[in-house]
Design a protein around this ligand. Structure first.
Ligand code: FMN
Length: 186
């Protein structure tokens, strides 16, 4: 379906989620009326002006950021838009193995649930979710080393992987996600 009004909006502190937002914007632009906005620059009422909203967040404290959660809480119940969510997180993604899945579930697993329960409570259709790893800031890196990936061999492996993300594959996957969401919408 062409000529949809689409909003791609994101809350990003260090730029990882913004990169994914830009990829989604690129992939969803063709044939549609589309805006790319920092969440700080819009009000929740603006969502009602769009057919489809891609909403992105960094993962903080194993959930969507407080700012995104607060933003969603203020959504008018009468809102009429379809939602797709995306998140970057410093945890591994779940699909790699048991250790990675455990880390993901504990440290980033709430993100999708928060989108889903928002959609359910507000009668908003939730079309899908994208997530990928994103390099953490130095204090968070230290926290992860001290508290989560404490074993040295695991840490070296983790650091080697996380420092590359989001990478080209994440960008390509985000673009594919955007196209799939648009197809679902149609
Ligand atoms: C205050 C803070 C808390 C964080 N908590 C988590 C967390 O609980 N789980 C996780 O996987 N990543 C966590 N991270 C890492 C970020 O989610 C990750 O680096 C993300 O890609 C940052 O996105 P941004 O560059 O768009 O801000 C945290 C980062 C910060 C700054």
């Amino acid at each position: 379906m062409l000529n949809m009004k689409i909003l791609v909006t994101y809350y990003s502190v260090t730029g990882n989620t913004k990169k994914i937002a830009e990829a989604i914007y690129d992939a969803a632009s063709e044939g549609n009326e589309i805006d790319l906005k920092d969440l700080n620059d819009i009000s929740i009422k603006a969502f009602s002006n769009y057919d489809l909203v891609f909403l992105g967040s960094a993962c903080h404290d194993s959930d969507l950021t407080h700012i995104v959660l607060q933003f969603l809480k203020t959504t008018p119940k009468t809102s009429d838009f379809k939602l797709a969510g995306f998140v970057t997180h410093a945890s591994y993604t779940a699909e790699k193995g048991d250790y990675e899945k455990e880390m993901y579930d504990k440290w980033a697993g709430r993100c999708i649930k928060s989108f889903e329960s928002f959609a359910q409570d507000n009668n908003v259709t939730f079309l899908g979710f994208f997530n990928c790893m994103g390099i953490p800031s130095p204090p968070i890196e230290k926290f992860i080393h001290d508290q989560i990936v404490t074993e040295e061999e695991q840490w070296v492996k983790y650091l080697e992987i996380i420092k590359k993300h989001p990478d080209e594959n994440d960008i390509a996957d985000a673009k594919q996600f955007a196209q799939e969401i648009i197809e679902k919408f149609g």
